[in-house]
Design a protein around this ligand. Structure first.
Ligand code: ZN
Length: 186
């Protein structure tokens, strides 16, 4: 009986999480790898979400997730939003903890819920940001790998910044002046 209860609770958590991810326009691959639900099940959930909640403007992404780390540094608006998002991910401890546990396990479900809370905090602060949910997933992984992107602090106000892992870094945040630092004189 206890096993049945646990199983029921976990299934419930998976469905709740899947709906939450559908609302955030997460890709099917992300929903599958976090909840452990099959593509077919996700498709049905998406259909019932759209039909019953009238969310006709929610799109289901099927294609490949974003892959360009340079996107986050492309202009001042994106740099500000990327740095703001990284700072929220950091506050929730999501840059130190990986999403490497098995799909659908209690650890993975808890981690994914926390990621959603962080994303919702970002939306509250930034309204309708240029960055989407999948950008947030990509940014977190890129900051974990530190091959293309890294974190630094603004040399004037100390705010957290997303910067290129190699090459010229900005002198400060967009409020203090974000022109790239000149290379040191030789
Ligand atoms: Zn600053």
């Amino acid at each position: 009986m206890r096993i049945t209860d646990d199983r029921y609770t976990r299934d419930r958590l998976k469905f709740d999480l899947a709906f939450r991810l559908i609302r955030h326009e997460a890709r099917t691959g992300t929903i599958r790898s976090w909840t452990g639900l099959s593509d077919d099940r996700i498709r049905k959930l998406f259909r019932s979400y759209v039909q019953h909640l009238g969310a006709a403007d929610v799109r289901r992404h099927r294609g490949k997730p974003p892959r360009q780390a340079a996107y986050f540094l492309r202009n001042a608006l994106l740099r500000r939003q990327s740095s703001g998002l990284a700072s929220i991910l950091c506050q929730y401890g999501l840059l130190e903890s990986s999403d490497s546990s098995q799909p659908g396990t209690p650890e993975r479900l808890r981690w994914a819920e926390l990621f959603c809370v962080a994303w919702e905090t970002f939306l509250q602060e930034y309204g309708r940001p240029q960055l989407g949910f999948e950008h947030a997933c990509f940014l977190r992984r890129a900051l974990e790998r530190q091959r293309e992107l890294a974190l630094d602090n603004c040399s004037m106000c100390g705010a957290l910044l997303v910067v290129p892992a190699f090459g010229r870094r900005p002198a400060g945040c967009c409020f203090c002046g974000d022109a790239p630092l000149e290379p040191a004189a030789t």
